[in-house]
Design a protein around this ligand. Structure first.
Ligand SMILES: NC(=O)c1ccc[n+]([C@@H]2O[C@H](COP(=O)([O-])OP(=O)(O)OC[C@H]3O[C@@H](n4cnc5c(N)ncnc54)[C@H](OP(=O)(O)O)[C@@H]3O)[C@@H](O)[C@H]2O)c1
Length: 308
């Protein structure tokens, strides 16, 4: 029997009846030490959020953390700084939000190139004025991140006769390496960010990155807010030089008085890209598959590296 820790009853109920699995509910408060000592697997970033340090302290036999979201949240830095020892395997929910997140990026991009915000404003004013907003045809999109989400966005860009250039950490057929990134920015009118937030990607989109984008360029970020320098982007938007589509911001939630809310040329959504009707079923399907693999001694899926 594998003992799994869930931080609330709703999460625990999702695993009810899974063969070979016992669930302990612990929300970070005072718990039953004997029961917590049995825990080998922790479900993280779902329901009540446990901090990595409190979880590692309270769960002496913890060996696997299954992060239910695609991004690792606090588990990334905790892995990198050793708060989570290397003996504990951390896996993320890669794949659970792919389609929805790519869809939101493409929706924002399409809305921007076809001028939907302008036409919505005109509609409210009952104004029939035609503008020539051309679509993705012949546009060049630089997709930073050639994983689940980035490749899906690239396919959509190509479906509408645009050209997509993919960048990942390492080069391979059809994918450039991150070392080539700086030289590629200027040749693309669109930059889409679909990389995890790591030490390397923190502020990857800084003032220099943005300055290298051509006038009228569009930045799309559906990854994590801190990958983009908010102040530098705000400056470009305020000067009407660039457009942006942001599902994620730094900070989050964005305070009501933050200047980004009123920035021109911006479509902003409150970190909802990953939401979809079936994400919880997919997430817990993945959790059950991971537990089956663990019981069978098979390798786990989506193991994350120390730098994530
Ligand atoms: N807004 C939302 O609601 C939402 C929902 C889901 C996910 N996300 C975010 O989207 C991110 C990407 O998700 P995914 O499922 O596509 O992840 P993924 O399949 O793991 O792909 C990540 C890609 O990023 C590349 N990469 C990592 N570090 C890089 C660097 N320094 N420079 C260039 N490329 C780099 C990887 O390169 P290699 O291929 O060489 O490893 C890989 O191609 C997640 O980490 C999460 O933070 C947001």
């Amino acid at each position: 029997v594998i003992t799994v820790c869930a931080a609330d009853n709703a999460t625990a109920e999702r695993l009810a009846g899974t063969p070979g699995v016992e669930v302990v509910v612990w929300d970070g408060g005072p718990g039953d030490a004997a029961a917590l000592a049995q825990v080998e697997v922790l479900l993280a970033n779902v329901g009540v959020r446990l901090t990595p340090s409190e979880a590692v302290k309270a769960l002496p036999n913890l060996r696997v953390v299954l992060v239910v979201s695609a991004g690792l949240g606090p588990w990334g830095p905790a892995l990198a700084d050793g708060t989570v020892p290397a003996s504990i395997t951390v896996c993320n929910g890669r794949g659970v939000h792919t389609s929805a997140t790519a869809e939101m990026a493409v929706a924002g991009l399409m809305a921007t190139v076809r001028g939907l915000p302008t036409f919505w404003e005109q509609q409210r004013r009952h104004e029939w004025t035609r503008h020539d907003f051309t679509g993705l045809e012949n546009r060049r999109a630089l997709i930073v991140g050639a994983g689940e989400i980035g490749t899906r966005i690239a396919a959509a860009v190509e479906l509408f006769d645009g050209a997509a250039t993919l960048v990942a950490r390492s080069a391979r057929a059809g994918v450039h390496s991150s070392a080539e990134l700086a030289g590629l920015i200027g040749g693309h009118d669109i930059a889409v960010i679909a990389v995890p937030h790591t030490r390397e990607t923190e502020r990857l989109v800084d003032a220099r990155f943005l300055a290298a984008m051509p006038d009228g360029g569009i930045l799309v970020n559906v990854a994590r807010g801190s990958i983009v320098d908010t102040a530098a982007l705000l400056d470009e938007l305020t000067r009407h030089r660039l457009h942006a589509v942001l599902d994620v911001t730094d900070p989050e939630p964005l305070p009501a008085e933050h200047p980004l809310w009123a920035a021109p040329n911006l479509i902003l959504t409150p970190h909802v890209a990953g939401l979809s009707a079936g994400w919880q079923d997919r997430a817990f399907g993945l959790v059950r598959e991971q537990l089956r693999r663990l019981a069978a001694g098979e390798p786990l899926l989506n193991r994350t590296m120390k730098d994530y």
